[in-house]
Design a protein around this ligand. Structure first.
Ligand SMILES: O=P(O)(O)O[C@@H]1C[C@H](O)[C@@H](CO)O1
Ligand code: HPA
Length: 292
């Protein structure tokens, strides 16, 4: 696999090789993929009949370099639904191209996955949001994309999707409704809103945070959007859930300073609830597909 700046560095043969390697190692045939963000790898623990592969052992797979990202792919079953979990994902700020960041998503497509649940940690911009809130993503703003850092730049491979994909419905309405229903059944209140991706790795300045508020962002984070874009491009159903791990400072008088340890601490505190939400959703998600 070659790195060519911001354009795609993976050929169809690269994706095929990795897919076939995994198919030769496992009898699992996942229908749902879950991408676990910072400190959220625990989501995979609800699965039974697990089979785990370290990223470094999978041909062409990038490796995780961020604390809180374990770096392994877990196949398993939740409520009779075959699933695959990424315990840790990749970021632009690690030095990966967006083609590398999104590499696993196309592997999921080739493995036969139909729905992808993307989770991550984010800062709350909306003044009403509290630390620990879970937000169902209704829509996103791809700030790196505005600057040409876009995973679909470069030659388009029609075997995955069209040159000019529509993104006005990137997040499946059915899955969003299902997520809200499941949350309500579990007695857990969730938010809905707009997520904005920044490249990181620094947390926002106050002027940047104020700009994001003006733009209509409810949460800000450093991941998710590339994976969602590539998933939508290749026809996967997408659900995005973000955990608000800190409130973003909008005020120069605010003393608190955000750091990654605090992000991981909040993920640890809320992982059990998120795990319940995700596993219940997965069971119903397949019933939902079967009845449509
Ligand atoms: O991988 P995610 O997006 O969950 O991680 C967030 C964004 C940065 O990687 C890190 C900052 O604490 O957490
Ligand atoms: O405040 C934040 N900003 C950007 N990314 C983040 N990930 C967790 N918290 C934040």
């Amino acid at each position: 696999m070659l790195s060519k700046g911001s354009s795609c560095c993976c050929s169809f043969d690269d994706y095929k090789l990795t897919t076939e390697w995994l198919q030769n190692q496992t009898r699992h045939q996942p229908k749902v993929a879950v991408i676990c963000g910072s400190g959220l790898g625990l989501l995979a623990e609800a699965a039974t009949d697990k089979q785990t592969f370290r990223y470094q052992d999978i041909p062409n797979f990038p490796v995780s370099t961020v604390p809180g990202h374990e770096g392994c792919l877990v196949f398993g079953t939740i409520e009779e639904t075959p699933c695959v979990f990424m315990k840790g994902h990749f970021h632009l700020y690690e030095g990966y191209s967006l083609c590398q960041v999104t590499f696993p998503v196309r592997i999921f497509k080739l493995l036969g996955v139909d729905s992808v649940l993307v989770t991550n940690a984010s800062g709350g911009i909306c003044p009403d949001f509290k630390v620990g809130d879970i937000m169902v993503i209704r829509d996103h703003i791809n700030l790196p994309g505005f600057a040409g850092q876009h995973p679909l730049c470069g030659p388009n491979d029609e075997r995955f999707g069209t040159r000019f994909p529509c993104m006005s419905d990137a997040y499946s309405k059915e899955l969003r409704t299902l997520a809200l229903d499941v949350a309500s059944d579990l007695g857990c209140s969730v938010r809905t809103g707009v997520y904005c991706m920044v490249s990181g790795p620094n947390f926002e300045t106050i002027a940047e945070a104020r700009m994001l508020l003006t733009l209509g962002c409810d949460c800000v984070g450093m991941s998710m959007v590339p994976e969602v874009t590539v998933a939508k491009h290749c026809g996967l159903r997408v659900l995005g859930l973000t955990l608000v791990t800190n409130k973003v400072s909008l005020d120069y008088s605010r003393e608190e300073k955000v750091n990654h340890d605090e992000v991981l601490e909040i993920c640890k505190m809320r992982a059990e609830l998120l795990q319940k939400l995700v596993s219940t959703l997965i069971g119903r998600c397949q019933q939902n597909i079967n009845t449509h």
